[in-house]
Design a protein around this ligand. Sequence first.
Ligand SMILES: C[S@@+](CC[C@H](N)C(=O)[O-])C[C@H]1O[C@@H](n2cnc3c(N)ncnc32)[C@H](O)[C@@H]1O
Ligand code: SF4
Length: 396
Amino acid sequence: MSTPVPRLGESAGLRFTSLPPLSLYVHLPWCVRKCPYCDFNSYEARGELPDLQYVDALLRDLRGELPFAQDREIETIFLGGGTPSLFSGAAIRRLLDGLRAEAALAADVEITLEANPGAVDAERFAAFRAAGVNRLSIGIQSFRDAQLRALGRVHDSAEAEAAVATARAAGFTNFNLDLMYALPGDDAAGAVADLERAIALAPAHISWYQLTLEPNTAFERRPPALPEDDLVARIEEQGRALLAAHGYERYEISAYAQAGRRCRHNSNYWQFADYLGIGAGAHGKVTLPTAGEIARRAKTRNPRTYLQRAGSAEATSEERVTRPGQAALEFLMNALRLIDGTTVETFEARTGQAASGLEPGRTAAVARGWLSAKPGRLRATPAGIEKLNRVLELFA
Ligand SMILES: C[S@@+](CC[C@H](N)C(=O)[O-])C[C@H]1O[C@@H](n2cnc3c(N)ncnc32)[C@H](O)[C@@H]1O
Ligand code: SF4
């Protein structure tokens, strides 16, 4: 007889029969200057960056996290920020050599590094590549100088283009460009022109984000005039058509990729897989089959405090997800962002519960036309993707 799996809402813990794939997120918190729209845990770098010292702190932090790997290989690594491209080639080498020495990395590990066009240098990019970075994510935002100024960026459009040329010259063929739309003073022609310039550079991947006003940012305190909803809808319609026409498939709300070039790291998040998080303010999520729980671990946010305390218990806080309802909601918050959604089996494996517990939320969402009725799949319809928060409320 098989073990009964608890239904959603019961507090019998989570029953996992397997562990999901494992990723590693590494947070590097410094930037040349803080952008007025940004709520990431990032800080203006003053004076010389303590990059080598920070790498030592990261490796201490890693040692504390490795038991949570539970004998899995790390399949993807993401060096995010902040502006990781401010770190020296020697620091990134020390970090990746340290990771290889301490942890088991998959033979085809994807290693992404985030770069800002205002912090790019040919020698350093070559050193990142030689150290093992095999994917770059470049924060272009816009190719229009007026928009870049309005966003408080440290680079202009010529430097944005030059960053891509530098990446190519250093041997990177797999790179993403971040662009934002619905910017101050934006119109459809300008937003589409940004995409055209990006496409002309033939990146493997484009992340196309709507600018949002985030709490505790300069833009929240003094909001710029942003486009109205109907203009935003027109920008999206034209932009998505252009991306599709050039072979960039939309596979998540804001992510577009050439065939075979999806970001494996972010796909792992959206599939509710596991990840270790190291660095100031980094978050991790790990499945614990024996406890029947999911651990959410977070590191102290302040870089100076982190430098002193990394690897100690005081630098880490932990919460446990024990209720099936909470695990189910967290899963759906991620997986329904994917244009193709996910399978019922993935839901059951990653949340440790039977998918039958998703009723009646699922029936209600299907009736409203927000979820596909196809058996075996959990997929938001285009209408559902547009109002994901309302879809999720049906499962809360
Ligand atoms: C950590 S940053 C990327 C790397 C680097 N720090 C940079 O800005 O060039 C990640 C990306 O999130 C996007 N982003 C940040 N804040 C945003 C906001 N308020 N609204 C929409 N997208 C945002 C930007 O496209 C940015 O490139
Ligand atoms: S450079 Fe990137 S991480 Fe740094 S403040 Fe600007 S958007 Fe945020």
